[in-house]
Design a protein around this ligand. Structure first.
Ligand SMILES: Cc1cc2nc3c(=O)[nH]c(=O)nc-3n(C[C@H](O)[C@H](O)[C@H](O)COP(=O)(O)O)c2cc1C
Length: 212
């Protein structure tokens, strides 16, 4: 089966927010779609290993912040490559609590407050169906698509993302580079990136990357 065909499916970019006993937590997702318009419902796919999923399972509530193309890549890196179990990912970001759920206010296109209706077990992931309790208007236009994140920001997806696909060995020949400024690891052949490529975490130039 040619799994690269799945790359033709389109998605958006979002931060799921949860209330972990009064502490804001959350993570990046791309797998969200609207299911119904009257009494609106949405579905998201969450990896069971994500701490955010554990909190959703416990509290049955979450928020969605719809990211715009202007979102700082550091936000995506911070929410998409670290666990919120011991880290306060919202620290240093601009966010508000809406109905006790955190909404990321950085260049965002809008927010959704959601109550879980049901969950379907898909082995590694759980598909979560939720009803909208409320919506919050955003400050930015141009929601970021998953394709924009890959094409323009040159971002990657970790293994927990439902759409993750391992790079073919012939593509990357197991090459890995580390950013000498922040230590972030680039998987693949960095020489295929344009000269103006910068580290998605700290913004260091391509020349700061050292081969591992
Ligand atoms: C671009 C991108 C898309 C992602 N999409 C999803 C997704 O749809 N579902 C999911 O469960 N994890 C997704 N992830 C992975 C989580 O954001 C990541 O595992 C995060 O570290 C989980 O944090 P937590 O343990 O605090 O919940 C994505 C990450 C990135 C960078």
């Amino acid at each position: 089966m040619d799994l690269s065909v799945l790359h033709q499916i389109t998605y958006g970019m979002y931060v799921v927010g949860v209330n972990d006993n009064g502490r804001p937590a959350g993570c990046v997702i791309n797998t969200l779609c609207q299911i119904t318009s009257e009494n609106p419902t949405i579905a998201i796919s969450m990896n069971k290993n994500n701490y955010t999923f554990a909190v959703i399972e416990r509290t049955k509530r979450f928020s969605i912040s719809i990211l715009s193309e202007d979102t700082n890549p550091n936000i995506i890196a911070g929410f998409g490559f670290r666990s919120g179990k011991d880290t306060d990912k919202f620290a240093g970001t601009s966010y508000t609590m809406e109905d006790n759920l955190p909404l990321l206010r950085e260049a965002f296109c809008g927010g959704l407050l959601c109550d879980v209706i049901s969950m379907t077990d898909m082995e590694t992931h759980m598909v979560i169906i939720a009803r909208l309790r409320d919506t919050i208007a955003g400050t930015h236009k141009n929601p970021m698509t998953y394709s924009y994140y890959h094409r323009v920001i040159k971002g990657k997806a970790p293994k927990n993302a439902p759409t993750y696909q391992e790079e073919k060995e012939s593509d990357s020949v197991n090459l890995r580079y580390t950013c000498s400024v922040c230590g972030w690891v680039y998987e693949g052949d960095i020489n295929r990136e344009p000269e103006d490529y910068v580290c998605p975490i700290c913004g260091a130039p391509k020349s700061a990357f050292k081969k591992l």
